[in-house]
Write a new protein. Structure first.
Length: 276
């Protein structure tokens, strides 16, 4: 039996998704408990009360949380997702990483409008991701970000096509795609800009390979994101996140997460026995 601590995400990083984010962590913990592991769930604001663990599962994004997790790693605790991976998911960084490693992303210029997105942290309100119809509106909205004290932003051209959400667990067969335009479930309503999906054909295996590459480059195991599939089947990844809510595939995802977590715990046990 291993002791596992699960860290819930601070509510400010779960806009309109607090219960969904909690539900996926609870589902994973339930499966680990069924396998005989002791699990304790805490809010990231209460980390000082959690004590020692063999493994930490974290959805946390606060700077203090990531600092704590880095220290736990130095002490030999396995952490999923890694704090360095969570930091690397900051939008400005992950966009740069994908762009410089041949992963298809949105172009910087175009004729169909622009997206301006907060680049230093994950979106915390609808004002952190905004659409501009033209260059004048784009520049005005960039100025609004600056007035809010947000100077690190990502500006990309709007891509016409189907908005597709994807969810994965690195190192497993689990990878799912969904069209949010089909069920109308939306965090901020931005999906409406792309309209109802036409369900253009595309290569899911290629998307999975690109997503796994991105996850590997920044060292995260549990990830999700958005892409736009064009009429010709090409796609552009427009968002990539650490540990989304998996609300459309929660039970399947929890099984895959429990699988990879148990494998990592077994690997850690063997390494520890080797050095003892």
């Amino acid at each position: 039996m291993k002791k596992v601590i699960a860290i819930y995400r601070a509510e400010k990083f779960s806009p309109n998704s607090v219960e969904k984010d909690k539900a996926i962590m609870d589902a994973v913990c339930s499966r680990l408990q069924a396998k005989g592991h002791e699990t304790t769930a805490v809010k990231e604001e209460q980390l000082g009360e959690c004590g020692h663990a063999d493994m930490i599962l974290t959805m946390g994004r606060l700077g203090s949380t990531l600092n704590f997790l880095e220290e736990q790693q130095r002490l030999g605790t396995t952490v999923i997702n890694s704090p360095e991976g969570v930091r690397a998911c900051a939008r400005a960084n992950i966009d740069s990483v994908m762009r410089s490693n041949g992963i298809p992303v949105a172009p910087l210029t175009g004729n169909s409008g622009y997206w301006i997105k907060r680049g230093d942290e994950a979106a915390q309100s609808k004002d952190d991701v905004v659409f501009a119809a033209d260059e004048t509106e784009r520049d005005n909205k960039i100025a609004v970000f600056a007035a809010r004290g947000i100077t690190q932003i990502v500006v990309t051209a709007h891509v016409m096509g189907d908005l597709v959400k994807f969810y994965g667990v690195r190192g497993t067969d689990f990878f799912r795609t969904y069209y949010p335009g089909d069920d109308g479930v939306s965090k901020f309503g931005d999906e409406r800009v792309n309209g109802k999906p036409a369900h253009y054909e595309f290569d899911t295996a290629h998307l999975k390979a690109d997503a796994e590459k991105a996850a590997s480059l920044i060292n995260i195991d549990i990830y999700g994101g958005d892409c736009i599939v064009r009429e010709d089947g090409s796609y552009a990844i427009i968002d990539f996140n650490d540990w989304p809510s998996f609300s459309r595939c929660r039970e399947e995802a929890a099984e895959a997460m429990a699988e990879i977590i148990c494998k990592k715990m077994q690997r850690y046990k063997k390494q520890k026995e080797t050095y003892e």
